[in-house]
Design a protein around this ligand. Structure first.
Ligand code: CA
Length: 274
């Protein structure tokens, strides 16, 4: 599915130009005109990358970047900063902004798209792949087929899109609202419990051969594809970590007791404190 780019830029003509070029390059674009709006939209839309102008009214791009790096859910979100000529990227790098890359204005659309692709490839190799895999789960996008080990898993189109979204963002937790937006599309009038129902059907299909559950439910947070969860749910009572070895049960509301733990896109280097 299309990677979502949040463009934070206060000058409307430049916003328009960026949106046009990014959409032409196959990205979905969300636009914010100041830092406050950007922080709200990150919450709602869960973008894959942020293109962040350095010079913004009220909260500067630098401050937005620092705030995002402090929040566990956005600490690894890819950020490319746009800077004006004269704000030398080398000097800015030294400011410990946490940005993944800097692009100096004026820039060519081709260069911008290439830099975005390079950052996305680095943090999310899944975007460039035709074959997505996780644990013993494989999705062949070209053939539109899913396998759990040797067993083929048959999914509805919505279940397929939902699973593809998780495979493209392994380990990352998505709220039900974010999943609705990313998988179903924000223009549709669909209730949040539809997400729970689809997750239940997807789980049933994925685990029909008695395999471990790869989908983790996080109470009041959402869902994620979780390798550690898969490892521990395969061996209830065993595994390396006491409390982690408890198999998870789904509650009627759809969300069960477990905290966020790992941050995306990589598993936390720390042992999870749960
Ligand atoms: Ca600006």
């Amino acid at each position: 599915m299309k990677p979502v780019i949040l463009v934070v830029e206060d000058e409307p003509p430049l916003q328009k130009l960026l949106a046009y070029n990014l959409e032409a390059a196959g990205f979905a674009v969300v636009q914010a005109f100041d830092g406050e709006e950007a922080l709200t939209l990150i919450e709602e839309r869960a973008p894959d990358l942020i293109l962040l102008d350095w010079m913004l009214p009220q909260i500067s791009g630098l401050e937005v970047c620092r705030r995002l790096r402090r929040r566990p859910d956005t600490s690894r979100l890819p950020i490319i900063m746009l800077t004006a000529r004269g704000e030398e990227p080398d000097r800015l790098r030294g400011l410990d902004t946490g940005a993944d890359d800097f692009i100096t204005k004026p820039f060519s659309p081709a260069e911008l798209v290439a830099r975005i692709r390079a950052v996305l490839r680095r943090v999310r190799p899944a975007f460039a792949e035709q074959l997505l895999s996780f644990h013993d789960l494989r999705m062949d996008l070209a053939a539109h087929r899913v396998f759990r080990g040797e067993r083929e898993v048959h999914l509805s189109p919505t279940e397929f899109r939902l699973l593809r979204h998780f495979l493209e963002h392994p380990g990352r937790v998505f709220s039900r609202a974010q999943l609705l937006d990313r998988v179903w599309g924000s223009d549709l009038e669909i209730e949040l419990r539809t997400v729970d129902a689809t997750i239940r059907r997807l789980r049933r299909a994925l685990n029909a051969g008695g395999e471990s559950d790869l989908l983790r439910t996080i109470r009041a947070e959402g869902y994620s594809l979780d390798r550690k969860h898969a490892a521990t749910s395969a061996e209830p009572g065993g595994g390396e970590g006491g409390a982690d070895a408890e198999p998870e049960r789904e509650e009627p509301g759809g969300l069960s007791a477990r905290s966020a733990g790992d941050s995306w896109p990589y598993p936390s280097p720390r042992p999870a404190a749960e």
